[in-house]
Design a protein around this ligand. Structure first.
Ligand code: SF4
Length: 307
């Protein structure tokens, strides 16, 4: 049979191993303890020692995370716990009846308020709004008449080139940077939007020179969306009428969007702009002829000039 020699070879190889275990240091230890040490006993002792060590280690490891590892970490933990909890800004409470009365009076005076920037479509409106930053609408209109006669589409604007655009708008403040932005945004409209003005704020705000306020104006004026573009007038009027205590245009926008009744959502920002531009002026509001005087909480209202 062929299986017999194989068994013999295996047995011969196994023998020296068992002998080595019996005659080693462990064998001496067993003599002292007067116990018989077999390979089985050895195996059972080793895990016991390992278990003891392992039992100690996890305890240390578990304790570690509660203590900061370094001085810097200790400081960070200390400063975090000592830092004052930032209070969330709370919008002042505004009676909905008062808001309704204010906007209904604006609606009665000017049912269909319009912006004053001249434009013929979404693109010319977008360019006019970009140019209107830190400039008057009248000044922008003066410049855009010549500009739009030369180029009133993104393709024509890019073909016209930055130098010529700069020359046509040089009466407006920051004209160098604005010319650059007009060319860049026109190119982006061609490349990414098939030459059309997108109808959402994220895409609009991704265009060169277009911020949140510009996007809101385009969405409101051209696309008829109930956005609130917060310029200096809207910011001031919203505070004077007690609609907000926000420190930033974003805060004011959020507050106004919450309190303006839905039916006034589209024209509301025009009314606030017009009210601020012609009546509730920054330095000397003309309170004596204000249609919402009795609904305005501002102290120190301006008396009539002859009183
Ligand atoms: S009363 Fe005076 S401060 Fe108040 S909204 Fe009218 S103009 Fe502005």
């Amino acid at each position: 049979m062929t299986s017999k020699p194989a068994i013999k070879i295996n047995a011969a190889k196994a023998k020296p191993k068992t002998r080595k275990l019996k005659t080693g240091n462990l064998a001496t230890a067993t003599q002292k303890n007067k116990t018989t040490v077999t390979p089985k006993n050895v195996e059972s002792r080793q895990p016991a020692a390992a278990k003891k060590a392992a039992a100690k280690k996890p305890a240390k490891a578990a304790a570690k995370p509660t203590k900061p590892a370094t001085k810097a970490a200790k400081k960070a933990v200390a400063s975090k716990s000592a830092a004052p909890i930032k209070k969330r800004r709370r919008r002042p409470s505004v009676a909905p009846e008062r808001v309704e009365q204010i906007f209904s009076r604006f609606a009665a005076i000017e049912p269909e308020p319009k912006g004053e920037l001249e434009h013929t479509d979404a693109y010319t409106l977008l360019v006019a709004v970009v140019l209107s930053a830190q400039a008057t609408d009248a000044g922008v209109n003066k410049a855009t008449r010549g500009l739009f006669a030369a180029a009133d589409t993104p393709e024509k604007m890019v073909a016209l080139g930055e130098d010529k655009v700069r020359g046509l708008i040089k009466t407006i403040g920051l004209y160098r940077n604005k010319a650059k932005n007009v060319i860049a945004l026109s190119q982006k409209l061609i490349d990414e939007y098939d030459g059309k003005v997108p109808e959402d704020s994220i895409s609009l705000e991704g265009l060169p020179g277009v911020g949140r306020k510009t996007a809101n104006v385009v969405l409101n004026v051209w696309f008829g969306k109930p956005t609130m573009a917060v310029d200096t007038h809207v910011f001031r009027i919203a505070h004077r009428l007690g609609f907000t205590n926000g420190k930033t245009p974003d805060d004011v926008e959020r507050d106004l969007l919450q309190i303006v009744p839905e039916k006034y959502g589209v024209p509301a920002h025009h009314w606030l702009i017009l009210h601020g531009r012609y009546l509730c002026k920054a330095r000397k509001p003309e309170c004596w002829r204000c249609p919402v005087n009795d609904l305005c909480p501002m102290k120190d209202k301006t008396p009539a000039p002859n009183k």
